[in-house]
Design a protein around this ligand. Sequence first.
Ligand code: UD2
Ligand code: MN
Length: 571
Amino acid sequence: REGYVYSNITSWPKFWLGLCASHNCSTGKKCVLEDGQPQCEISECVDVPSLPNASIPYGHRGVNDTRAYDCDVGENGEGLVINKENLTKQERQKYDLGWKNNAYNEYASDRISVHRSLPDIRYDGCPRRFPKNLPDTSVIICFHNEGWSVLLRTVHSVIDRSPRSLLKEIILVDDFSDMDHLKEPLEKYMRDYQVKIVRTKKREGLIRSRLLGNSVATGSVLTFLDSHIECYPGWLEPLLTRVAINWSKVVCPVINLIDEDTFKTNNLQATAYGVFSVTNLVFGWEAISQREQARRQNEWDPIRSPAMAGGLFSMSKKYFEYLGTYDSGMEIWGGENIEMSIRVWTCGGSIEIHPCSHVGHIFRSRSPYKWERSIYETLLKNKARVAEVWMDEYKHIYYERINYSSSDMGDVSDRVALRKKLRCKPFKWYLDNVHPEAQLPEHSIIAGDVASLYRDTLCLDSMGTKDGLEIGVAECHGTGNNQFWAITVKGHIYGSAEYYKCLTNEIGSGKLTLWPCDDHSDIWQYTEDKKIVNQGTGKCLTLVPATRKLIMNQCSDVGTQYWNWRRARKP
Ligand code: UD2
Ligand code: MN
């Protein structure tokens, strides 16, 4: 096996007993075990553990740090606002470095207890008692370069809030991090908590790292978590209960937001479920459909979700393996959640979000990792593998928008064979039954980029996707996306790869803009001699070469009215 396991669990330390998991403490207090009994106490001031052997103590109780702090900083999911202008030069450097390395405010995190409390936000109707024989779980946390206090808080929130009998083990999978604190110091620290650490031998990415985690897991359920999360009270039991009811259920907690700057948690209930768009395979949240709302009786009933965000879920280990784990041909990050969503639903399982289970997650506005290829190329490859294997005739909707060739996705024959072996239902079944609310684009006549015949290095470009933005021209890049245009059977011109936006010649201003497509969208014609004519006004789309702008003019035979609508490559 790749990597190695640190400690084999023989007996469990007392503080693992998990009694605190079911012991509610009021705001600002945390639960500790005194002689084996759970007690509430005001959290002590010093507990972001120092890095072993670090010369400067870590955390806000550092000997050189004489400012007064509130001991209850961050408790109950409250935020800590750091005014960076007030920091000394040295502190300011730490502050800036924290942001740079992690894309979140590590400086603030270091000042909040790694055992901080979170409020119990479960609905009153959520069960507080659980079946005796719930299956146990391995919690698998993959990380690539994570801040010390954030990773520790992740692990402690699992230990502190999971009943011992349900928590078989915690497995940290280090995906080839290069931060020093994640080497010896982490091993030393985690040894006390009997957390297993396995490491990849090269950068594998999240997908193959999870597979490594699974290969050493011994629990009957796998619970995957990101490395910058915090579990709320009672998070685990509902997930395992659902898996125990039916082993083909894949169950996700409600994902709450932990603010990347202050670490304040948002403590909201579930109002959305997961979906993805067929045009670009991008995951998103959407209001729970009426259909699904009608099926549920209570707000605490599980929500059947068309897709999952990907990071946080429980799934039977046996089922995970039966279903073909993950597509190990996918790189680094992205797309695996869409693949898993389609696979689970079409091959007989289901995905649920449990409103009684909450986990906070730090969403970052940029990715702090190093990427060998660009994020864009990595995603292209991973998503093409999803489309090719799972989407049947619908894959072309995706391909034509990105101009992707089959040679770039690698070999997918194993996954095609898996789909056949499992006798999974067609993608159309998924669209009809699991996510009938999904919007699908109209059937297109031609789809691809549109180059000016007057200057053939210039292509029509949506210039972004905001409603009402004027479109223009830009150097042709050949990757689809903002230069993707499709004219449909009805004569609508779809612009932009991502959303259902239609080309409109605004009355009055005459501007050429994109608005959400509907029955009233402008009708266009792409003529035999390659002009783009607006049916309402009879005018032709015309390039103004000097300004690189577009206008509508009377049709004539000037070169600037001719456009080469080039078909996207189809694998
Ligand atoms: C979301 C998911 C994430 C994953 C991703 C799509 C949630 C909360 N998060 O993005 O789990 O499904 O969508 O792929 O649903 N990591 C590695 N090696 C790498 C890169 C990342 O181990 O090369 C780890 C990383 O440390 C983290 C996890 O993988 O724990 C997910 O990465 P992320 O947090 O950057 O992704 P996120 O939350 O934006
Ligand atoms: Mn994440």
